[in-house]
Structures are given as structure tokens and as C-alpha cells.
Design a protein around this ligand. Sequence first.
Ligand code: FES
Length: 118
Amino acid sequence: MCGRHKVTDESTIAEPGERVLTEVKGVEIAVFNVDGEYYALANFCPHQSGPLCEGPTQGRVTVDDDLEWGYDDEERHVVCPWHGWIFDVTTGTNIDAEQYAVPTYDVEVDDGVVFIVT
Ligand code: FES
């Protein structure tokens, strides 16, 4: 599966929060625009194999070292539509248990075209 695989024209996912699903050699992968940066994740939830990348994105509640509550409104967390496990799109890791992670892929943009690099 090594190589560079065309996904879409950049204009398709130019706005933060947009995403596109594609398939590379039998593997479903989503490319997300998070605040102008692109991230690619396998569309596979490690809980029970749900279509993780088809769920909504959202911010998250945070608690700092002084136990002050806050809210990170950067919508970089995708919620699995089956049972609600939440993953950070930028790292592929589950926000509650980092041992649960989904494969991530490098993304390149070349002359207005988005590629996944495997
Ligand atoms: S399959 Fe994703 S949370 Fe259960």
C-alpha cells in the first residue's frame, strides 16, 4: 500500500471541520480539515469496528492541573457513531485511553490536490 494516493481537490475540504472519505487499496480512510491542517485516519473504531470517521466532530471539556474546568472548542475530536468513543483526529488516540488508537496517515497537498501518503 506504499505510495501517494490522490484523495480530492483541496477545495472540497477547504473549510475547517470538513472531511472526505476515500478508500486506499481496500482501507477506508478519512481526511479531516482541523483548523486548516489535514489529518488522515482509518475509518475503523477499535471498540467494535464501527465507522469511526462518519461520526460528528466536537471540542472537549478539559481540567487543568488546578482542577479548573475549561472547554477546548477546537473541533478535533471525532465521536464514533456506534457507542460514542472519542478520538483525537490529530493523533488517532482515544481521549480516555491512549492504548486505543486508530492508524493515521501522512497527508500532502500538491498544487491544490490532497494526497494520502502510505
Ligand atoms: S464501535 Fe466505536 S464506540 Fe463502539
